[in-house]
Ligand binder design. Structure first.
Ligand SMILES: [Zn+2]
Length: 63
């Protein structure tokens, strides 16, 4: 097995980013968020829990 380093050249794809709804930290697109990037609003689970505001009419109840 020889190391194949070269290859991915000039692949500076634009990665979307947005600020966390809680701490405001800039979140950069992650592969893990590829499917839920549109729903991701918090940089981490911690922030997600921080903001537990009683929002009405916001989809199914999620406790
Ligand atoms: Zn955050």
């Amino acid at each position: 097995m020889s190391s194949r380093r070269s290859g991915f050249a000039g692949n500076k794809a634009y990665l979307p980013s947005k600020p966390c709804a809680v701490c405001g930290r800039t979140m950069t697109w992650r592969k893990a968020w590829a499917k839920t990037w549109d729903e991701v609003r918090y940089c981490s689970e911690r922030c997600r829990r921080q903001k537990h505001a009683p929002t009405s009419a916001d989809g199914p109840a999620h406790g």
